[in-house]
Design a protein around this ligand. Structure first.
Ligand code: AMP
Length: 222
């Protein structure tokens, strides 16, 4: 099963991916997580990406597509399927991904569009906390950890992403509307778009999606 998760920042892509990961038993690939790891390790790529991420801007296409190609080439688990979270984010990236898939003679099964309203997005991003160690996503009100500031899964420290501040969120939303939203149409034309109401709890979205996958067959494209 090969999926891409689309939607604005705060739509719940990461939370949903973590839930689906266990029910589908496939890899969760988040370009945001990979970039944050590069920044943490202070690599040349991380230093370059940081300039954009800190300002809420999209990292250049060429750089993120290189990351995806590396991941695909290095991780054997890819052949079992994957969920791309936060990639593609531009039409160029969607075309690049199609090119990669074509070379592998593979097709995407679904593009899942998590449709969320602005008040919900703002509330979610404002209270979001991330585990420094495993990347699990919590929320101080909606999804509080058992112990404040500590990850339920690995006991790692929870932190607030520096780009989850008001000014940067505004820029990220603008980037989303200008560059990412148009690719919903791109996947609609391919006939693989599934839209879900992502103002709902992620567990409910997961249930709806699993039902859709089971009804349509997991690989209706093959
Ligand atoms: P995320 O964790 O998905 O919210 O991504 C955090 C930040 O990483 C974004 O605001 C972008 O600056 C950058 N980023 C992540 N994925 C991409 C991508 N596919 N294309 C460009 N920039 C990206």
């Amino acid at each position: 099963m090969k999926l891409v998760l689309l939607g604005p920042p705060g739509a719940g892509k990461g939370t949903l991916a973590n839930l689906l990961k266990s029910s589908l038993n496939i890899l969760h690939i988040s370009t945001g997580d990979i970039l944050r790891e590069e920044i943490k390790n202070n690599t040349t790529l991380g230093q370059e990406a940081k300039k954009y991420i800190d300002n809420g801007k999209l990292v250049p296409d060429e750089l993120v597509t290189r990351l995806i190609k590396n991941k695909f080439a290095k991780d054997d688990r890819i052949s079992k399927g994957y969920m791309l979270d936060g990639y593609p984010r531009t039409e160029q990236q969607a075309q690049d991904l199609d090119k990669i898939l074509k070379e592998e003679k593979k097709l995407l099964n679904y593009a899942i569009y998590l449709d969320s309203t602005l008040p919900v997005i703002i509330q979610r991003l404002g209270g979001r906390r991330i585990c420094r160690k495993c990347g699990a996503v919590f929320h101080i009100k909606n999804r509080p950890p058992k112990k404040e500031g500590v990850c339920d899964l690995c006991q790692g420290e929870l932190y607030q992403r520096p780009d989850d501040n008001k000014t940067t969120i505004e820029t990220r939303m603008k980037e989303y509307l200008t560059n990412t939203k148009p690719i919903i149409e791109y996947y609609k034309k391919q006939g693989i778009l599934v839209t879900v109401d992502s103002d709902e709890e992620s567990e409910d979205v997961q249930t709806i999606l699993m039902k859709t996958f089971n009804e349509n067959g997991k690989s209706h494209n093959h």
